[in-house]
Design a protein around this ligand. Structure first.
Ligand code: XUL
Ligand code: CO
Length: 441
């Protein structure tokens, strides 16, 4: 049975096409910077936003029209798998990702939940045999069920810690079974609502113990996925421990995990933390920790995680700039942790939204590569720091200087000369490159 019978396979038709069901800029075979767009961008579809989301919000019920919703229970889970693989094929997307509860309903016991998972995982494995779409990452949802009301690995209750561990154990087994390239930890409730009833030291230590046990178990079963932490500063907690890349990195170092994890960076989480998307990508990159990306965007006027499809070309360009400088995303990818708006409730909107996001990142890739090829920004940065390439600057960098020598140097200075930072020129240059990309130049 077809769930998207009105939609044909989405093809690249170029920037002049008026067909909404076509890619205007994403041409999977086009080579940019020595790799095809498909290899560079490694797009992934999020199962939860695309196949289980009903589009409800805190003030209104769900509006999504999904033909699989006529089923329920395990039949619904099976219908979603059929719909998902039809969607992946029509969108021609190389990856997908999911939480345990997205693909199979929880049973009345852990044992029953695991049985439900086993049967859907077997079905997905079968579909994957005839599909090019692979599993970018999986994870488990340790935040929705009431048992996680006070957290999971950072809960105040050891039974909850054990339950959370059992779910991650199963998640690692599922990841191995389906050949997941990464495994994600987003600490939805690993944080607190108030310090007034929280033992922060114990919670952080427990979280460290939990991650170490997960690493050990993955090694034990031979699951060699890249482990990723997905930082977010808050929501639903008022403070989440994996606040941003910098605090996540400090946590990993303290608990001896820094060489076992990288980061999955989500645009809207970065902005919630008061950072730009490119800040988080950059911070991870320069520390060798950029693993994967949850591609989306926040609404500039709303202060929460709106998970919109990314359409802001300036943001996708700066993000792709970081990703290219990282040498690509390795085993990671650009997963759309993005959902259609509540008013965009038709099944067709699911395609149109992904096309918009894929095209936006394809433009970002083209423009960022051109900015690098033409040395538009790199030269400016290099020049700005030229004082560190020779003389006293080189001594500082080489570690051969000290306060005595620096005082001697400072004492003989007359006037310190500064150059303009040229910020407006830099921004004008980026605009010029973006507009040239529209014109196909
Ligand atoms: C929530 C969020 C999650 C993670 C996976 O803000 O981003 O969907 O990506 O648990
Ligand atoms: Co996410």
């Amino acid at each position: 049975m077809a769930y998207f019978e009105n939609i044909d396979k989405i093809k690249y038709e170029g920037s002049n096409s008026t067909n909404p069901y076509s890619f205007k800029f994403y041409n999977p075979e086009e080579v940019v910077g020595g790799k095809t767009m498909e290899e560079y961008l490694r797009f992934g579809v999020a199962y939860w936003h695309t196949f289980t989301e009903d589009l409800s919000d805190p003030f209104g019920v769900g509006t999504a029209q999904r033909s699989w919703d006529k089923f329920d229970g395990m039949d619904l889970a099976k219908a979603r798998v059929e719909a998902a693989f039809e969607f992946f094929e029509k969108l021609n997307v190389p990856y997908f990702c999911f939480h345990d509860v997205d693909i199979a309903p929880e049973g009345s016991s852990l044992r029953e939940s695991n049985q439900n998972l086993d049967s859907i995982v077997a079905m997905i494995k079968d579909y994957m045999k005839d599909s090019k779409t692979k599993l970018l990452w999986n994870t488990v949802n340790n935040f929705t069920h009431p048992r996680f009301v006070h957290g999971a690995a950072s809960a105040n209750n050891a039974d909850v810690f054990a339950f959370a561990a059992a779910k991650v154990k199963k998640g690692l087994e599922v990841g191995k079974e389906l050949g997941a390239e990464n495994y994600v930890f987003w600490g939805g409730r690993e944080g607190y609502e108030t310090l007034l009833n929280t033992d922060m030291k114990l919670e952080l230590d427990n979280l460290g113990r939990f991650f170490n046990m997960a690493v050990n178990y993955a090694e034990e079963i031979g699951f060699d996925a890249q482990f990723l932490i997905e930082p977010k500063p808050k929501e639903p907690t008022s403070h989440q421990y994996d606040f941003d890349v910098a605090s996540g990195y400090a946590f990993l170092q303290k608990y001896d995990l820094a060489d076992k994890f990288k980061f999955n960076i989500e645009a809207n989480h970065a902005t919630l933390a008061g950072h730009t998307f490119e800040h988080e990508l950059h911070y991870a990159r320069v520390n060798g920790l950029l693993g994967s990306v949850d591609a989306n965007q926040g609404h500039p006027l709303l202060g929460w995680d709106t998970d919109e499809f990314p359409t802001d070309l300036y943001a996708t360009t700066l993000a792709m700039y970081e990703i290219i400088k990282n040498g690509g995303l390795g085993r990671g990818g650009l997963n759309f942790d993005a959902k259609v708006r509540r008013g965009s409730f038709t099944p067709e909107d699911l395609f149109l939204a992904h096309i918009a996001g894929m095209d936006a990142f394809a433009v970002g890739l083209r423009v960022a590569q051109k900015l690098l090829d033409d040395n538009v920004l790199e030269g400016i940065v290099k020049d700005r720091y030229s004082s560190f390439y020779e003389g006293i600057g080189k001594e500082i960098v080489d570690g051969t200087s000290d306060f005595q020598k620096l005082e001697q140097h400072a004492l003989q200075l007359d006037e310190i000369k500064h150059e303009s930072g040229r910020l407006e020129l830099i921004k004008a240059n980026i605009n010029q490159y973006l507009l040239k990309a529209y014109a196909g130049e």
